[in-house]
Design a protein around this ligand. Structure first.
Ligand code: FAD
Length: 437
């Protein structure tokens, strides 16, 4: 490739309005490639991405929407450039690259991820760095992706897999669903996607509305390539008191559509949305107390993978305690337990997990063990950590909040603390995060 053709490509790309994040990444790739191939073009290279990032991008698929916006000539030039960047980086004897190749493109650290993705995973913590989708600096949240695709003009993703992840005695069915977004819908940990189920709503004769789902994979996806998002979806069913049975006519539209989906099926995606559940990466020493009921676990899976599993700058910097409280009905209803246990084993000082199993455990008064009862057991420590800057997150069923708030208020009273003032302070300091549905 000549410098002139590279500059031509650069010119074309920089003037294609408006640029999506994927396009910007692709443009950066082309600029980096120009630096790799013609040292005289270095003046045009922006600070991002590094050679390593270019390699990742080179190995990634060029998203469909980017393809469409390029002429055949531009596309060919880009593909050639990407391949050359990949070769250049491989020839660089970068030990990281060798490792990346050796584990077949999967940078997952734990065996449970292996079962989820069906791909071999490397041993804990020794896999290649994952930093090709980072902001600069990595904790800068000022430009996170928001509403890249609107409900009325959704992106078409493809179902990669749908896997039931609860045991036979679970109350209801919950599935882990991996969706290929082709790199077109980047997102951050703690955000949600909208899913627009096909069909017409019989109640109003209009197309079905969008439903939101918290994303359960980090921005890199379960296979670490930045092309997929995973959802943790509970099938909504309707128990008819008259029939004393489930009424299939009243089952939830979108959750059943997703749990019944097959690999290769198309799925209309909107978003990503949400800024409430982001990780406070600017303060890596802050503790994170993560409280979930049921599928409310989804965002915390992204937190835990980002802070303990993937080799990101966020993981290197994190110095706090990540403490997970999960409330479900029974042991068979636990979600991602194998993943939590492996992280706990590897990081006993920085990760804790406590379960409230309402139908199997008793609280100290002999009643059912709800999430607030489990939290109350550790009330002194929770209050102490909050006073030292811990962030507390709540995600899951709306019904969990009144019980939790009452318990926290009672504990505060016992300690001579005015709960109203404390809550106000937590909200003001952005330590209080709630996303319930
Ligand atoms: P709908 O069709 O919307 O029905 C809702 C309920 O009404 C169902 O229980 C259904 O059985 C019942 N129903 C239907 N018809 C009748 C009738 N005639 N009479 C009485 N009842 C009836 N969910 C997850 O599973 N995982 C997540 O990670 C997740 N994240 C979320 C994040 C956010 C920010 C929000 C707002 C919601 C989230 N949800 C999540 C909830 C999700 O958006 C949906 O609300 C949920 O899946 C139910 O949608 P549905 O289309 O299946 O049910």
């Amino acid at each position: 490739m000549t410098k002139a053709s590279m500059l031509h490509l650069t010119f074309q790309l920089t003037h294609s309005p408006p640029l999506s994040i994927s396009q910007i990444y692709t443009m950066r790739l082309s600029l980096t490639v120009s630096a790799l191939l013609a040292s005289s073009a270095v003046a045009f290279v922006p600070p991002m991405p590094s050679t390593r990032q270019a390699t990742h991008l080179a190995s990634a698929r060029i998203p469909d929407n980017v393809r469409k916006s390029l002429s055949a000539d531009q596309l060919k030039t880009l593909e050639v450039a990407a391949e050359q960047a990949s070769k250049a980086a491989a020839a660089d004897l970068d030990p990281w690259f060798g490792e990346a190749e050796a584990d077949d493109g999967s940078f997952a650290s734990f065996s449970s991820l292996e079962s989820m993705t069906g791909k071999p995973a490397a041993a804990g913590g020794t896999s290649g760095a994952q930093d090709f989708l980072e902001a600069n600096p990595y904790f800068d949240q000022s430009n996170i992706p928001l509403n890249t695709y609107k409900n009325k003009e959704p992106h078409t993703g493809k179902i990669v897999s749908v896997k039931r992840i609860v045991g036979p005695k679970a109350t209801g069915e919950t599935c882990h669903i991996i969706i290929d977004h082709g790199g077109a819908m980047p997102y951050w940990e703690g955000q949600s996607y909208g899913v627009v189920p096909p069909g017409i709503n019989p109640k109003n004769g209009k197309p079905n509305n969008v439903r939101l789902y918290s994303i359960a994979s980090t921005r890199y996806g379960d296979d670490m390539k930045g092309q997929t998002a995973s959802l943790c979806v509970r099938r909504a069913t309707y128990w008819c008191p008259e029939l004393k049975a489930e009424d299939p006519a009243k089952k939830g539209i979108c959750s059943n559509y997703l749990c019944d989906a097959k690999p290769g099926d198309s799925v209309a995606l909107a978003g990503p949305t949400g800024k409430v559940m982001l990780i406070p990466e600017k303060t890596p020493e802050a503790d994170l107390i993560m409280v979930a009921t049921g599928t409310g676990i989804a965002p915390y899976r992204t937190f835990v993978r980002r802070l303990f599993v993937e080799d990101t700058p966020a993981r290197k910097a994190f110095k706090g305690l990540a403490w997970l409280f999960l409330g479900v009905a029974n042991k068979d209803s636990l979600l991602y337990d194998d993943e939590w246990q492996e992280v706990k084993k590897a990081y006993p000082n920085n990760f804790r997990v406590d379960y409230a199993l309402s139908r199997e455990q008793e609280n100290k008064k002999g009643g059912k063990m709800y999430i607030q009862d489990k939290m109350e057991e550790y009330a002194d420590e929770i209050f102490d950590r909050l006073s030292k800057g811990a962030h507390i997150y709540f995600c899951g069923l709306k019904g969990m909040m009144p019980g939790i708030q009452d318990t926290l208020e009672r504990v505060a009273q016992e300690k001579g603390i005015e709960w109203k003032d404390m809550l106000e302070g937590l909200k003001k300091n952005h330590q209080w995060h709630v996303e319930v549905y």
